[in-house]
Design a protein around this ligand. Structure first.
Ligand code: PLP
Ligand code: 3DJ
Length: 574
């Protein structure tokens, strides 16, 4: 039987076991064995029933024994080599990575058979971690050296400190004005002020005072081309090409401009799909836009909404795709909030776009709660258009200038194909000042501009985008995932919060950004938020019962998260 352990067999078994899941392997070997027997019958039809050598067995019987041995040996060997697919299935359902940190959770069974919910297994440099064999000490933290901590230490403040000490992005917090004695968790509504902004604005004011109109073409930031200092940086934040980025107006007015271009109603295709409870401004924009177009349809006939199933707060991707399919011949545009302002759910932009494009439907997203929060890939996901404000995660200050995305494939569309609100700033730069009345839009998103932008607005945005460039959107997202997961882990571990709160935000890290929305179940939500406020925790609330907590990787720490959960627990313990 030893010849069956031939190296070829070993290698093929290894390969098969790497590729196929355990369940498919036995079928594979049986098929191979049967195929070999059939092949022998075909090749040696005369010898198959003859006796072999001095034995009283026919060649066929001998073959069957050898092939049976082959199958059994392969199955035994399959135990030695682990299938990739098998390992995938066993991967802990939650593994979040920072560049140098890895924090893993898995369910462990203890000796008394009590199943623990997710606990940290190890935390350390990504290339150093090794699974623990010993359940009594399930947390390993490698920072400079390996430290062993008891499991429950993740719930203690020194764990938060160790995480902060190991955080490569800890330098960014000091680049912002963080309100004194406050744990600020409200970047989802208004981001904090970059410290560099004051000097930038002062220089701008000095320049204006000293050179007046000449400032359009002089100094560090000539006003005539002020948006050029922003476009590349913004493109990196939202995963776009510079040609696809416009810095202009405000979010809602940009949405109107984009609908002018992309909403092209015909007698049969005139519907717009939006989520069931969008941020009100989006719905106001769509319904008033429909009226402004004076088409023969009312907003009620135009708008279709897709929502969560009863009893759930989360809209499934499948429900969105099914709604698109259902109205495929009537839909002109799909326009959804990329991250939902209330629940924090991040939609699968790529899947939605791909699906709608099959039916020639234009797809756009309101990225107010996604830009600077999620590492978006608007270009790669083929999104047609998007718009966002910059005062939330992009820290440019209240009511500041907004961003707009138009995919590169529309860059050269004619005014007939993609009508734009004309204005001199969107006009070809070379002839911006020539007295021509013919509007020739710049290529790409820049052609959507109407007016010259506010320079103070642009500098405010620039001060923040420079920090994004230093930190990198991917690294920020990695830290964000860790922070938010830590927040959820701590919230779930407080027995005082059981029955008092419910987390609405998806537990899947791929389907959320940094915001965690918590429903207050029994108490007055407004009072809870006031109590948090009086304890120095700034979150925000949305009627009727939701508190939004957003640990923002640029200026929040693990210790901030720890403190917020302590204060929330105290409020609910009263
Ligand atoms: C999802 C969403 N859309 C639209 C808006 C409106 O933005 P703006 O006032 O900048 O037009 C906001 C926030 O105010 C928002 O959160
Ligand atoms: N811009 C705001 C304001 O001036 C006052 C109060 C709230 C806002 C907001 O931006 C709210 C935010 N869009 C939200 O998600 O609720």
């Amino acid at each position: 039987m030893f010849h069956t352990l031939h190296p070829v067999l070993l290698i093929s078994t290894f390969v098969v076991n790497k590729i196929l899941p355990r369940t498919a392997q036995s079928s594979f070997y049986i098929v191979v064995a049967t195929a070999m027997e059939l092949a022998t019958e075909q090749l040696f039809p005369n010898s198959i029933n003859k006796q072999v050598g001095g034995s009283n067995r026919t060649l066929q019987e001998v073959l069957q024994i050898v092939l049976l041995g082959f199958s059994i040996t392969c199955l035994i060997l399959s135990g030695l080599f682990k299938s990739e697919s098998d390992t995938d299935n066993k991967k802990p359902n939650n593994q979040i990575k920072n560049k140098n940190l890895i924090l893993k959770y898995e369910t462990r069974e203890y000796k008394n058979n009590v199943k623990q919910y997710q606990i940290p297994v190890y935390c350390g440099k990504a290339d150093q971690v090794a699974p623990l064999s010993n359940a009594t000490s399930p947390l390993h933290l490698h920072v400079e050296q390996t430290l062993k901590l008891p499991t429950q230490d993740i719930y203690k403040p020194h764990f938060a400190k160790l995480m902060d000490d190991a955080d490569k992005l800890s330098f960014t917090k000091n680049l912002f004005h963080v309100p004194e004695n406050i744990t600020y968790m409200c970047g989802n509504s208004l981001g904090l002020q970059p410290k560099s902004l004051q000097a930038m604005l002062q220089n701008h004011l000095d320049k204006w005072a000293h050179v007046g109109v000449k400032g359009h073409f002089t100094g560090d930031y000539p006003w005539f081309e002020i948006e050029d200092f922003l476009v590349d940086k913004m493109a990196r934040v939202v995963g776009a090409k510079p040609i696809e980025i416009g810095i202009m107006n405000t979010l809602t007015s940009n949405l109107h401009s984009l609908l002018t271009a992309f909403y092209n109603p015909t007698d049969t295709r005139y519907k717009i799909l939006i989520e069931e409870s969008p941020f009100p401004s989006d719905m106001h924009a769509i319904t008033s836009h429909v009226l402004s177009r004076r088409i023969n349809k009312s907003p009620e006939q135009v708008v279709i909404q897709v929502g969560a199933k009863p009893g759930s707060d989360i809209i499934t991707t499948q429900d969105i795709l099914d709604t698109i399919t259902q109205f495929k011949d009537e839909l002109s545009v799909v326009m959804l909030g990329a991250v939902h302002f209330m629940t924090g759910q991040f939609l699968d932009l790529e899947a939605i776009t791909k699906h709608a494009h099959q039916y020639d439907i234009m797809v756009g997203f309101d990225c107010a709660h996604a830009a600077g929060n999620i590492n978006l890939k608007l270009h790669d996901w083929n999104v047609d258009f998007a718009c966002w404000c910059t005062y939330k995660y992009l820290n440019s200050g209240p009511g500041n200038i907004a961003g707009l995305f138009v995919h590169e494939r529309h860059a050269d569309a004619s005014m007939k194909e993609l009508p734009r609100h004309g204005g001199w700033w969107g006009h070809a730069r070379k002839t911006r000042f020539t007295l021509t009345n013919k509007f020739i839009p710049q290529r790409g998103a820049a052609g959507f501009q109407c007016s010259n932008p506010s320079v103070t607005d642009c500098l405010s945005l620039l001060s923040s985008l420079e920090i994004f460039d230093r930190a990198g959107i991917d690294a920020l997202r990695e830290k964000s995932v860790l922070l938010t997961d830590y927040l959820v882990l701590l919230l779930k571990a407080q027995k005082e919060l059981v029955g008092e709160i419910e987390i609405l935000t998806p537990s899947d890290v791929q389907r959320r950004g940094c915001q965690v929305s918590v429903r207050v179940l029994k108490r007055d939500m407004d009072q809870v938020n006031k109590d948090l406020d009086s304890r120095g925790v700034v979150c925000d609330e949305r009627e009727p019962d939701v508190i939004r907590i957003a640990p923002t990787p640029l200026y929040n720490t693990f210790q901030d998260v720890y403190r917020v959960v302590c204060e929330i627990t105290k409020v609910f313990s009263k």
